[in-house]
Design a protein around this ligand. Structure first.
Ligand SMILES: [Ca+2]
Length: 462
């Protein structure tokens, strides 16, 4: 009998050993989410001005995604990330402000609530921006632990005078202080994350680390201030790189490297008219530079080192990916727009998990559609609620039209493979593609509008 058991066990072990890398495991997850960091702001994506050795190493040890989509501005990106659904699907407009009494609806199932089903310890450390009243805080959306600011770091008395209330720093649901010293943010949030990882290292954990940087007002601690070759922006980016290094060093020290997926990405394109080379546009636009983000994923032994994946992916795909990795079924009572990225994590050349991306605007309307290499702008255009103007790449005059609010908005058809900088509108040469994508966009937008779910309102919040 013992012999049979031993043989069975031996057979089982052989079977386990021969399973492909995609075998079910429940990794720890660290999701580092930047604010206003654009495609070209870090070394792995072509920045040669700032030093990002830890991010460079993360790329060398993991996978770089080059078609990873967010949205033009803050709140809508976080809504998509948290719910696996387009921002319009969950009715979150561009940017929530302190005057707003809305937030992510309590019925939404967030990343934290997905992994919670498997007993993960969960923390949100940094900027939330999905509703600031206590009914909307991370603590009400599956996070055990919260330290951070409830909206952008410029929504403060210091930046805007009394039009805004003093910026609060919150722990749990309690305001610790107002108008905190922002030069301490990156260090403080990093130390909090490291502490949380140390405390929970013996059980599965999920750390969501949405940094306040590099949204303006920029700040860096004394150790980084004045040290980069790119002013305060470079200082802030180099401190973020230090932060990534601290997280990775902690995982290594605790021998959690091979059982932890670390993701680094951002919420929207670069602010302040700096380029998102090779893409056109920046924050608050639907040009690729406004919505295509640097994205790194690292999981030694699982994700092949030093690889690049150009398949369409984005922050809506994070939730289905987490669900797959931790072994939780996706909710069936609602539409989840994202797709499980795990086939690509283990093989960047695997078939695309989706061939289409929808570019929703802050006005909840569909502004553009990408299918394969083709991208068509629609006349709904983007009105993201932010004040950043469009910025043509290379100083060229953009192909553009005025939208209903009189803002300049992109129009036309672009081939992103031949023309990633969206310099040439080729609609006139490809009427059949324009027609096909137009029909597709209309049908898809109609479906999202029909099946969208409500924003949370304070009076209704549970
Ligand atoms: Ca942002």
């Amino acid at each position: 009998m013992k012999r049979i058991v031993a043989l069975l066990a031996a057979g089982l072990l052989t079977a386990v050993a021969s399973l492909p890398a995609a075998a079910p495991v429940t990794p720890n997850i660290v999701l580092i989410f930047m604010d206003d960091m654009g495609y070209a702001d870090i070394g792995p994506f072509g920045n040669t001005k700032v030093r990002t050795p830890n991010l460079d190493r993360m790329a060398a040890e993991g996978m770089k995604f080059t078609s990873f989509y967010a949205t033009p501005v803050c709140s809508m990106s976080r809504a998509a990330l948290m719910t696996g659904s387009y921002s319009t699907r969950v009715s979150i407009p561009g940017v929530l402000f302190p005057r707003d009494t809305t937030g992510l609806h309590s019925d939404e199932i967030t990343l934290a609530e997905i992994v919670k089903q498997k007993g993960y310890a969960t923390a949100c450390i940094g900027k939330w921006h999905l509703g600031w009243q206590k009914e909307f805080l991370p603590t009400r959306q599956g996070f055990d632990h919260y330290l951070g600011i409830p909206y952008s770091n410029d929504m403060s008395v210091l930046a805007h005078g009394t039009r805004f209330p003093p910026l609060p720093l919150i722990r749990g649901e309690t305001v610790l202080e107002t108008e905190p010293d922002q030069s301490k943010f990156t260090r403080q949030f990093t130390e909090e994350a490291v502490q949380f990882i140390r405390k929970n290292h013996a059980q599965p954990f999920f750390v969501y680390l949405p940094h306040a940087m590099i949204h303006t007002p920029l700040a860096a601690s004394e150790a980084f201030k004045g040290k980069s070759q790119d002013g305060l922006l470079g200082d802030a980016i180099e401190e973020i790189d230090w932060s990534v290094g601290q997280i990775l060093a902690t995982l290594r020290e605790l021998k959690l490297d091979e059982n932890t997926l670390v993701i680094f990405t951002s919420d929207n394109g670069p602010a302040g008219r700096r380029p998102a080379t090779p893409f056109r546009g920046g924050k608050a636009t639907q040009w690729e530079g406004g919505v295509r983000e640097p994205c790194l994923m690292r999981w030694p032994g699982k994700i092949p080192a030093g690889t690049t994946c150009d398949r369409i992916a984005g922050n809506i795909d994070v939730l289905p990916t987490f669900a797959k990795l931790v072994g939780v079924e996706l909710p069936r009572d609602r539409v989840i727009d994202g797709r499980d990225l795990t086939p690509l994590l283990f093989n960047p050349q695997a078939s695309p998990v989706r061939d289409t991306h929808l570019y929703f605007g802050g006005n909840l309307r569909l502004a553009a559609i990408r299918q394969g290499d083709w991208k068509l702008f629609l006349d709904a255009s983007d009105e993201s609620g932010d004040t950043q103007a469009d910025q043509p790449a290379g100083g060229k005059a953009p192909a553009a039209a005025k939208n209903r609010k009189g803002r300049v908005a992109p129009v036309g058809l672009y081939n992103l493979a031949n023309d990633p900088g969206e310099s040439t509108d080729v609609a006139a040469a490809h009427p059949a593609i324009v027609a096909k994508l137009g029909v597709e966009a209309k049908a898809r937008e109609a479906e999202v509008q029909k099946n969208k779910r409500p924003i949370g309102r304070l009076a209704e919040a549970k």
